[in-house]
Ligand binder design. Structure first.
Ligand code: NI
Length: 137
């Protein structure tokens, strides 16, 4: 593990109170751990903007009774097959499907694929979860 470095920050009291409540809710052991996670999150976003290759997961929830929609989502994934590492389909209940699509590639291409999938009419939920490739650590 790398060396710890201490630094002081000054913030609006109300912001700190809110943050402390957030830390308590999330059961963070210390403020330092919580601040560290926020910084890492910001750096992952930066990696996503500036990096050559990123990894992530696209999650979708949709009604499988809409056959057209299922075909459309499959077509889009085939069009972007070089970005798709794997996909998992979970039958949530009688009507709803949950799909997790693991992706890797150039940030702008991955974001474009996520946008296309989640903006497809009939998709109830769509999200892109950005992860770090770990190479920048
Ligand atoms: Ni299903």
């Amino acid at each position: 593990m790398s060396k710890l470095k201490r630094f002081g920050i000054s913030l609006d009291e109300r912001l700190v109170d809110k943050f402390d409540r957030h830390i308590k809710d999330k059961k963070y052991p210390t403020r330092s751990k919580a601040v560290g996670d926020l910084i890492r999150e910001a750096l992952v976003k930066q990696e996503w903007v500036a990096g050559d290759e990123v990894v992530g997961a696209i999650t979708l929830v949709y009604d499988h009774h809409r056959r057209e929609l299922v075909n459309k989502l499959t077509d889009i994934q085939h069009k972007f097959h070089e970005l798709v590492i794997s996909s998992q389909h979970i039958h949530l209940d009688h009507d709803n499907c949950f799909e997790v699509i693991v992706v890797k590639g150039e940030p702008k291409n991955v974001e474009n694929l996520a946008y296309r999938l989640r903006s497809t009419k009939g998709v109830k939920h769509g999200a892109l979860s950005m992860a770090t490739t770990g190479k920048e650590e």
